[in-house]
Design a protein around this ligand. Structure first.
Ligand SMILES: *[C@@H]1O[C@H](CO)[C@@H](O)[C@H](O)[C@H]1NC(C)=O
Ligand SMILES: *[C@@H]1O[C@H](CO)[C@@H](O)[C@H](O)[C@H]1NC(C)=O
Ligand SMILES: *[C@@H]1O[C@H](CO)[C@@H](O)[C@H](O)[C@H]1NC(C)=O
Ligand SMILES: *[C@@H]1O[C@H](CO)[C@@H](O)[C@H](O)[C@H]1NC(C)=O
Ligand SMILES: *[C@@H]1O[C@H](CO)[C@@H](O)[C@H](O)[C@H]1NC(C)=O
Ligand SMILES: *[C@@H]1O[C@H](CO)[C@@H](O)[C@H](O)[C@H]1NC(C)=O
Ligand SMILES: *[C@@H]1O[C@H](CO)[C@@H](O)[C@H](O)[C@H]1NC(C)=O
Length: 487
């Protein structure tokens, strides 16, 4: 009886691995993050069984570790991340690497059947991004090696692989021809070390492919080419024809790998997506078209001109949710990559494996009261713009930027938008709607057209999470007791 059960579980696990090579990035750079148990529900109800994290937040991992109890979707494969700020100490000390692995990996893997299936440790968050300069280059490989050694000592090296996520700008090509692909010259030595390390441990290459940013920076690229639409503007590279920007970027990487002497390297697309606000062409309809094109392409398993019928081994959509505190040094669109809004509502439809059914939204989301902060039109507003700019230095005003969903709302509605986001950021505290007497609290939703004035989430996440954990422990205990009695 028990044997049958484990065969059944094995079968379930194996079939999940083969069908599901598409996952999502779950970032938490939000002022009011959706509680982890709500996010895990969202993943489960949309049959998303792989997630990539940017850290190893205990609350997130605890929520995930209960996720294979009592549901049919099954096991969630997880990538945990190491922030760039930790690379230096992980390079210089094997001890630090060992405690990192112990505290953030072993603990979750070894806690019996309910453990999370941690598949990868991502060393750094795109540490080679050009905007960081070379500050992390000297530490990345050493940190990766120390983590690898620590995993081996914990007897986890067979199940957990060490990877280094590489940004879209680590590889490039002259005149955008994939056949001219190579790694960025300043990375030459580091990249050879990384590729040698990955090969030795049978780990794949994690790379970001970003058709959006490439088209955002180079106006010469047609939108149709970026969005997988049949286009007259296909690119020829020798006898190969490129019909979309994804294949072009991917094959540029494939050439870079071959040129460096690693033509067989497996590739995981670690981040790919399309934002919906904060820039021209960043709209829900463009994002929907892009994601449909991407999913059709991946489901067809057709591969690319340089790797026909050999698609990326896994692909992680960027991102699951919007994050209102992400850095905007690369652009105002950075806070709008979510397939779902910050509160877990689908912006458009994506086929994660549920076919033609719509995505399921987050359920029972708890918001602050239905209150907004707006500018008081009866006051002298000559100084209001200065107050608004001040509010925007901490609050998220990216939707007001050119091409954004609130760009067209007129003055002083844009001032109200800034005031409200500041007020929500501060949990609707009355003194955060003061603005020298210019602010006014209202219960009438000031949203206009596609410009949504948000009400923030009520974030007492610890309570709900502990509640869920307690329930899961009780179920586990009960199952254990039953099995024990049965045997
Ligand atoms: C990385 O760690 C190694 C081993 O401790 C050390 O020799 C090296 O100097 C470190 N690299 C840097 C740039 O600090
Ligand atoms: C992981 O482990 C280290 C070392 O014990 C610890 O300092 C850190 O807070 C843990 N969590 C994350 C997210 O790195
Ligand atoms: C822009 O596209 C045209 C036509 O495809 C091409 O001739 C030109 O070299 C491109 N310019 C840049 C800067 O890529
Ligand atoms: C580094 O540069 C050499 C000489 O240009 C080249 O042969 C090699 O492929 C480069 N390595 C990488 C990883 O790009
Ligand atoms: C606007 O700001 C200036 C400088 O701080 C101040 O002197 C002036 O009284 C303000 N005007 C109003 C209407 O509050
Ligand atoms: C803003 O208004 C202009 C002119 O009325 C219109 O063409 C444009 O599409 C609008 N943009 C947005 C983002 O609504
Ligand atoms: C609001 O719109 C006015 C007029 O277009 C502009 O001068 C001001 O900078 C805008 N304020 C913000 C916070 O976007």
């Amino acid at each position: 009886m028990l044997l049958n059960l484990s065969f059944f579980l094995l079968f379930l696990t194996a079939s999940n691995i083969t069908v599901q090579a598409i996952g999502v990035n779950w970032g938490t750079t939000s002022s009011h993050p959706l509680p982890p148990d709500k996010v895990v529900e969202l993943l489960k109800s949309n049959k998303i069984t792989k997630v990539k994290l940017f850290d190893a937040d205990p609350l997130v991992l605890q929520a995930l570790s209960g996720s294979n109890i009592g549901v049919t979707v099954g096991i969630i494969g997880v990538t945990v991340g190491i922030p760039n700020s930790m690379l230096k100490s992980l390079n210089s000390s094997k001890k630090v690497a060992e405690s990192w692995v112990h505290d953030n990996v072993t603990r979750y893997v070894s806690s019996g059947n309910s453990g999370v299936r941690i598949e990868y440790v991502a060393v750094g968050d795109e540490p080679f991004q050009q905007s960081y300069g070379e500050q992390y280059h000297p530490f990345v490989i050493g940190a990766a090696m120390n983590i690898q050694t620590a995993l081996a000592r914990a007897s986890l090296a067979n199940q957990v692989k060490v990877v280094v996520p590489c940004s879209y700008d680590t590889f490039q090509s002259e005149s955008s021809l994939p056949s001219k692909g190579h790694f960025r010259p300043d990375l030459n030595k580091t990249m050879t070390e990384l590729l040698t390390f990955l090969t030795k441990h049978h780990s794949p290459f994690f790379a970001t492919i970003s058709p959006f940013i490439i088209s955002h920076r180079n106006k010469n690229i047609s939108l149709d080419f970026s969005l997988f639409k049949e286009t007259k503007h296909s690119r020829n590279d020798g006898h190969r024809t490129y019909k979309n920007s994804f294949d072009l970027g991917y094959d540029t990487l494939v050439t870079a790998l071959s040129t460096a002497g690693f033509p067989e390297m497996d590739v995981v697309v670690a981040k790919i997506g399309w934002p919906t606000d904060g820039a021209a062409n960043a709209t829900p309809s463009a994002a929907a078209t892009f994601m449909k094109g991407l999913m059709d392409h991946l489901h067809s398993k057709s591969g690319t001109p340089l790797r026909p019928r050999n698609p990326p081994i896994e692909t992680y959509v960027f991102s699951l949710l919007d994050e209102d505190q992400r850095s905007i040094v690369n652009g105002n669109f950075e806070r709008h990559w979510g397939v779902f809004t910050f509160d877990g509502q689908a912006k458009y439809n994506v086929d994660f494996g549920q076919g033609s059914k719509n995505l399921v939204n987050a359920q029972y989301v708890e918001y602050l009261s239905s209150k907004w902060c707006v500018v008081n039109n009866n006051k002298d507003l000559s100084n209001a713009t200065a107050s608004a700019l001040d509010a925007c230095s901490t609050a998220d005003c990216t939707a007001l930027s050119p091409g954004g969903s609130c760009f067209n709302i007129s003055w002083p509605a844009n001032i109200s938008y800034a005031f409200n986001n500041y007020y929500q950021l501060h949990d609707q505290r009355a003194d955060s709607c003061d603005f020298g007497g210019l602010g006014l609290i209202t219960t009438v939703d000031p949203s206009v057209g596609t410009c949504r004035f948000p009400v923030e989430l009520r974030t007492s996440h610890s309570e709900s999470l502990y509640g869920a954990c307690l329930l899961q422990w009780m179920i586990l205990l009960t199952i254990n007791t039953i099995l024990h009695d049965f045997l």
